[in-house]
Design a protein around this ligand. Structure first.
Ligand SMILES: Nc1ncnc2c1ncn2[C@@H]1O[C@H](COP(=O)(O)OP(=O)(O)O)[C@@H](O)[C@H]1O
Ligand SMILES: [Mg+2]
Length: 313
């Protein structure tokens, strides 16, 4: 393979459980780049070795991969070694953000609110979880996305199955206090120290279950953007999202998931460092609320593509 297919490769597909979603994100990104005259082509690291990128003379990539081997620092590390600039966070921030337990440890250390949790494995016992956290809890894999392997547990008898389900995806999992209330997500753009939040999106899923099905396949989830929050609370949530993002050293872009409890207190759940870019996706929705079109967003993210380790040296 010697022919150069374009200047920019859109990395999509990949080997994670979120492969199908990544293909959708990638197709959207690719079409947007091409619509703006960028010579871009699709590249699936599950099909072709990544070092083909160098042979193809690619200088920049847009990472539209999700989950493991896509937003966990591994692809970012390989691109650093290949000397190819990439969108989004660097190696360390990506590796931290994919890991919900480490992420929460950092936030807790900095005094940022995140629900109390317990690291668990396949041998964890229901009574340990109840003793540490009470009920209800959410049980979820540490390094998964798209609500895969996640259960909401209200009764102790349900815990064993929830532990088995989560730890099938990732032997390292967590139980976390369930926050009942409103679900919010905040897109953040820019480098850690100068990052800014886009308008907040509120997600209203049927019965509060924003799961894989409701994320990608149904039309019955309501999205409100900007979220109907009073101005002071909205500003506080946006500022919190930026601090949560900066705490992990994120750059380029990200999306911070939160819950707002019945008392109006925000609780941080996680940061996605390679958020969805499908037609249902939330970062494009938040950008649109500011008058930034999907294609403009994609170009802006691509413009910020860089080699982070080299920049830091
Ligand atoms: N502690 C929690 N309390 C209430 N709901 C939660 C909690 N943790 C997760 N959820 C729900 O599950 C969804 C997915 O959880 P999240 O932590 O964002 O993981 P991921 O999106 O990586 O699967 C959230 O969007 C939210 O609806
Ligand atoms: Mg999430």
């Amino acid at each position: 393979m010697t022919e150069r297919k374009g200047e920019v490769a859109v990395l999509m597909g990949g080997a994670s459980a979120e492969r199908e979603i990544s293909l959708r994100s990638g197709r959207g990104v690719l079409a947007a780049l091409q619509s703006r005259g960028v010579q871009a082509f699709a590249f699936d690291p599950a099909v072709q070795p990544l070092d083909d990128l160098r042979r193809l003379g690619v200088e920049r990539v847009f990472i539209a991969l999700h989950g493991r081997y896509g937003e966990d620092g591994t692809v970012q590390g390989a691109l650093e070694l290949l000397g190819i600039a990439y969108t989004g966070s660097g190696v360390q921030a990506s590796a931290l953000a994919i890991d919900k337990i480490r992420t929460k440890q950092i936030w807790s250390f900095l005094g940022l609110p995140t629900p109390q949790s317990l690291a668990i494995g396949p041998l964890s016992q229901p009574h340990e979880i109840v003793a540490a956290l009470g009920l209800p809890v959410v049980v979820k894999p540490c390094r998964e996305g798209s609500t895969l392997g996640l259960s909401k547990v209200h009764r102790v008898e349900e815990l064993e199955a929830a532990i088995a389900l989560a730890t099938r995806s990732d032997a390292l999992s967590l139980a976390e206090q369930l926050i009942a209330g409103r679900e919010l997500t905040v897109a953040v753009l820019g480098e850690a120290s100068q990052a800014r939040a886009l308008p907040i999106v509120e997600i209203r899923a049927p019965e509060g279950n924003y799961d894989y099905q409701h994320k990608y396949f149904t039309e019955d989830t309501e999205y409100l953007c900007p979220a109907p929050l009073d101005a002071e609370l909205g500003a506080r949530v946006q500022a919190l999202a930026v601090r949560a993002y900066a705490a992990l050293g994120c750059s380029g872009w990200g999306r911070v998931d939160l819950m707002l409890d019945a008392g109006g207190n925000p609780w941080l759940l996680e940061v996605n460092t390679s958020p969805g870019m499908t037609d249902h996706s939330l970062v494009p929705m938040a950008a649109r609320a500011l008058g930034i079109s999907y294609a403009d967003l994609v170009l802006r993210l691509l413009d910020a593509a860089s080699l982070k380790l080299r920049a830091a040296a």
